[in-house]
Ligand binder design. Structure first.
Ligand code: DQA
Length: 142
């Protein structure tokens, strides 16, 4: 079974970007960890990152076309702004698990609303890179 792990804007800078909030692990390192974990769980993990909202929409559609088991989605700041992502998640009829390294509910007010969360099947946040690991375990349990 295929699991797409989709990452949005600024997450390419993980490891360099505000390390006091997001830690020092890079996205490539998280990807390698998930691939290993996926192999152990019998899941084929494909990790991607883009800074463009429409590309995330396209990739969500692709997940449906390819019959993915689930999607892990860290939409970065688009989480808090994007009705297009909310609609895409509803449209694809696949379980999407919202992922965040930090806990947006404990940060600025503008991060408290999540359009992704209005359609996501589940959410794991505030655990740093482990948020992804816990989310992949949830997919295995689906
Ligand atoms: C984030 C949280 C968002 O509020 C922020 O815009 C990000 C990263 C996280 O993983 O903690 O870019 O999604």
């Amino acid at each position: 079974p295929l699991v797409l792990v989709l990452n949005g804007p600024n997450l390419n800078l993980l490891g360099l970007r505000e390390p006091e909030i997001y830690g020092s692990t890079t996205l490539d390192e998280i990807g390698a960890m998930l691939e290993q974990q996926g192999a152990a769980l019998g899941l084929s993990v494909e990790m991607r990152q883009t800074n463009h909202e429409g590309t995330l929409v396209d990739w969500l559609h692709e997940a449906r076309e390819r019959g993915a088991k689930a999607v892990l989605l860290n939409a970065g700041a688009y989480t808090h702004t994007s009705v297009a992502l909310l609609d895409a998640i509803r449209a694809i009829e696949l379980p999407v698990i919202e992922v965040h390294l930090s806990d947006p509910s404990k940060r600025e007010e503008f991060r408290h609303i999540s359009y992704v969360g209005m359609a996501a099947a589940d959410c794991v946040q505030g655990l740093g890179p482990d948020s992804y690991r816990v989310a992949l375990d949830k997919v295995a349990a689906l």
